[in-house]
Design a protein around this ligand. Structure first.
Ligand code: HEM
Length: 394
């Protein structure tokens, strides 16, 4: 049986995927590539990394676009940046940034509250402040990064590859502007995450030193890692905040659980709300050999897209995809991926998302807005415009 065609152009990706998945867990995009909509199938593609390579881009992507031993070597040295002790040490700073933003938003707000766009006014601003503080970048970069997020978002929406490449190049330029002065300062460079990353040695042989087993990171690798840690992620954090706050505005009991709950409980709710409405829609692979999946023959060299948003709502695993059940659904949650490319930044993302929601709920109640929200369209997910009302608590 030939695979159905799935073309979500101009559609909201979640609804489009729900409809398509009801027909088959694997479909063909109009350009002939495969779209993996089912949970089991997404798990197979992400986990069987020898059959499905991540080397899909002509641009260097560390570690996202690497396979095998090279990928493992970079993960080994970069994963510790997200270790539990570091996250614990970072938490007070993240809370301070979130509390400061909430205070700005609520300044001069009366009893009736104020309507804000959770993505642009809260998510984007918080993401930029949190990530620059974590990396040790100057806060003066905030306007440029916010503008970059808008341009990057528009470029992704346009699906114009030249435009996307130009925006990506601008971001690399910005990162080089952060890295170069630190190089020049040498031992005098500030002690922070960026400087520490620049000093890493990766357990891979240096082609210029026979017999070596490790080498320094190359400049283009540092830029690529920092791009992965910021460029790809700022937008995701902003979209996640939009999803969380719109959902919590509709569910006061859940908001109360998040406000009062210990961190682990709040984190479980965050994961579950993102599972239901996962704004981090997809990642790509390329088949390295012929593979049979869901009764279809995927040929060597064919492109495959893992549709996380769809997999996270697969009725075969989540009989009621919209029902909030954090603990029962946690073991099957694919918001942060699975397999060797599983998101290393998950602890940081979780910390940021829990903290921003909890700091907001500590001083304000969330209410649904009168203004209608606007959903994103494929390839982006979540909300383009996520209005919520913040009412100061007494
Ligand atoms: C905001 C919420 C986030 C979501 C939903 C998310 C989701 C994901 C997913 C699904 C993957 C798997 C990609 C694949 O299989 O090809 C991934 C990979 C990755 N994420 Fe995240 N992520 C988030 C935040 C972050 C943060 C905060 C960072 C770092 C600061 C980060 C860094 C990375 C990196 C470096 C990879 C590539 C890992 C590899 O290929 O081995 N992410 N992320």
């Amino acid at each position: 049986m030939s695979a159905p065609t799935f073309d979500p152009t101009g559609l909201e990706p979640r609804t489009a995927a729900d409809e398509q998945r009801a027909e088959a867990p694997l479909a063909r995009a109009p350009d002939g590539s495969w779209v993996v909509l089912g949970h089991e199938e997404a798990t197979v593609v992400a986990s069987e990394d020898e059959s499905f390579s991540s080397a899909v881009s002509r641009f260097l992507q560390v570690p996202g676009g690497l396979d095998g031993a090279e990928h493992a070597a970079f993960r080994e040295v970069t994963d510790p940046f997200f270790g539990p002790e570091r996250m614990d040490a970072l938490a007070p700073l993240m809370r301070e940034i979130a509390a400061g933003l909430v205070e700005e938003l609520l300044a001069d707000v009366g009893e009736a509250g104020t309507e804000v766009n959770a993505v642009a006014a809260i998510g984007a601003v918080f993401a930029v402040r949190a990530q620059t503080a974590w990396l040790g970048w100057p806060s003066s970069l905030e306007p440029e990064l916010l503008q970059w997020m808008i341009d990057n978002h528009e470029a992704s929406r346009s699906r114009d590859l030249a435009r996307t490449a130009a925006v990506a190049e601008r971001f690399d330029e910005l990162i080089r502007g952060v890295v170069a002065p630190r190089r020049a300062l040498g031992a005098e460079a500030p002690v922070d995450v960026t400087t520490e990353l620049m000093g890493l040695r990766v357990p891979l042989p240096d082609p210029e030193v026979p017999g070596s087993t490790e080498r320094a990171l190359r400049d283009e690798e540092i830029v690529s890692i920092l791009r992965n840690w910021t460029g790809g992620d700022l937008g995701s954090i902003a979209l996640c905040v939009g999803v969380l706050l719109t959902a919590l505005a509709q569910a006061p009991e859940l908001a109360e659980r998040m406000r009062l709950g210990p961190f682990a409980e709040a984190a479980a709710i965050v994961d579950e709300l993102l599972r239901i409405d996962d704004p981090f829609v997809s990642n790509r692979r390329v088949a390295t050999c012929p593979v049979t999946l869901a009764g279809q023959e995927i040929a060597e060299g064919e492109r495959v897209m893992i549709h996380w948003t769809s997999a996270n709502r697969d009725e075969r695993i989540f009989p009621e995809p919209d029902a909030v059940d954090p603990h029962a659904n946690a073991p099957h949650n694919l918001v942060y991926g699975i397999g060797r490319h599983v998101c290393p930044g998950r602890p940081l993302a979780t910390l940021e998302l829990v903290v921003v929601v909890q700091e907001l709920l500590a001083v304000a109640d969330l209410r649904p807005a009168q203004t209608a929200g606007e959903r994103e369209i494929a390839p982006l997910g979540g909300w383009a415009h996520a209005p919520v009302v913040l009412v100061p608590r007494h």
